[in-house]
Write a protein that binds this ligand. Structure first.
Ligand code: NAG
Length: 322
């Protein structure tokens, strides 16, 4: 073991010398090329981290392969904290090709009817359905290595509540959320061929036919939350009875229909539901419900570049001087 460590250190030193030597003879250059190739070969021997059924591949998307700052440094956090995982940044051309090749009958026929934001929404469900892995928006940073996340080994999918409690309907409208109990979709983790994600894709197709124009409902957290809620209801023995009770007399402010930090699933597919605090570090989450202030897996920076004024709350508009 000690010998292997020493050998690795020597290899790294040699690589370092290659990168930093100013004057090189052609002999040195050939040696350096060989060293780099051997290094790349070793790096390609991936070591799996995270739940077994979930491939350790991180997917992000951007117009081109050139990320702006600070998004570039967020991408680096994923690569640096998970060096044995694959990392893939999909550009606009590639997400279009993905829709065409992986969903030729369902989504490709309507693809040009989507706005760029809606295409980015559809992309995340489709790429995880087709390949599985870890999807994060470009403004999402990895807070700690995947191998240190306390998620059960048998997990097939990870989703996180956007907020630590369910809102009454009037408040949902005021904060412009799509649903009273919303699951965020800036960060989703899944094994490939997940029926829950296929259900999202089918729901999007139906809603397109229904002429739904709200992005929240058509492709965003509205449709995603609906599919997650369906799965949770189908996979919890007492869900319907609990919901009837809720509707007859709604309990206090900190109610969640399905408690977080828990594994759900009666059949073969297992869904891990994260507390909002794991995926949403905005101060009001912890303030609203201290139970949700758990150690985060990710940091969402809410750059929210997709928002137009009509998607913003009065408070957000005031902050921008509008
Ligand atoms: C995306 O990357 C591919 C392959 O590198 C390239 O051919 C294509 O032009 C890129 N598209 C955009 C929009 O940058």
């Amino acid at each position: 073991m000690e010998f292997r460590k020493a050998a690795r250190l020597l290899r790294l030193l040699a690589l370092f010398a290659c990168v930093h030597s100013q004057e090189r003879t052609s002999n040195d250059a050939a040696e350096c090329t060989a060293l780099f190739q051997a290094h790349k070969h070793r790096a390609r021997r991936r070591t799996h981290v995270g739940p077994q059924s979930i491939p350790c591949i991180i997917h992000q998307t951007w117009k081109t392969h050139q990320l702006n700052q600070p998004q570039g440094s967020y991408a680096d956090s994923w690569k640096e904290m998970n060096p044995t995982c694959e990392y893939k940044l999909w550009n606009d051309t590639e997400i279009t090709e993905l829709a065409q090749s992986k969903s030729p009958d369902l989504l490709w026929p309507i693809w040009e009817g989507f706005t760029p934001v809606e295409k980015a929404d559809v992309f995340r469900y489709l790429v995880l359905w087709a390949f599985g892995g870890y999807y994060a928006d470009a403004d999402v940073e990895c807070a700690r290595p995947i191998k240190t996340w306390e998620v059960p080994e048998e997990t097939d999918m990870i989703v996180g509540y956007e907020f630590g409690h369910r809102f009454p309907e009037w408040q949902r409208a005021e904060i412009k959320f799509g649903r009273t109990e919303q699951f965020q979709q800036w960060f989703i983790v899944s094994a490939p061929q997940n029926p829950l994600l296929l259900r999202v894709l089918h729901m999007i197709r139906r809603r397109f036919a229904w002429k739904i124009q709200s992005t929240l409902d058509l492709t965003g957290p509205g449709v995603f939350s609906d599919a997650v809620h369906e799965f949770l209801e189908d996979n919890s023995e007492d869900a319907v009875q609990k919901e009837i009770g809720f509707r007859q007399s709604p309990p206090g402010a900190h109610y969640l229909s399905f408690p977080s930090e828990k594994l759900y699933g009666l059949g073969t597919w297992k869904l891990w539901v994260c507390a909002a605090g794991r995926v949403n570090s905005s101060p009001q989450v912890a303030r609203d419900d201290p139970e949700e202030g758990k150690a985060p897996l990710i940091i969402h920076h809410f750059l929210g570049s997709w928002k137009t004024d009509k998607d913003r709350t009065p408070a957000e508009l005031a902050k921008m001087g509008k």
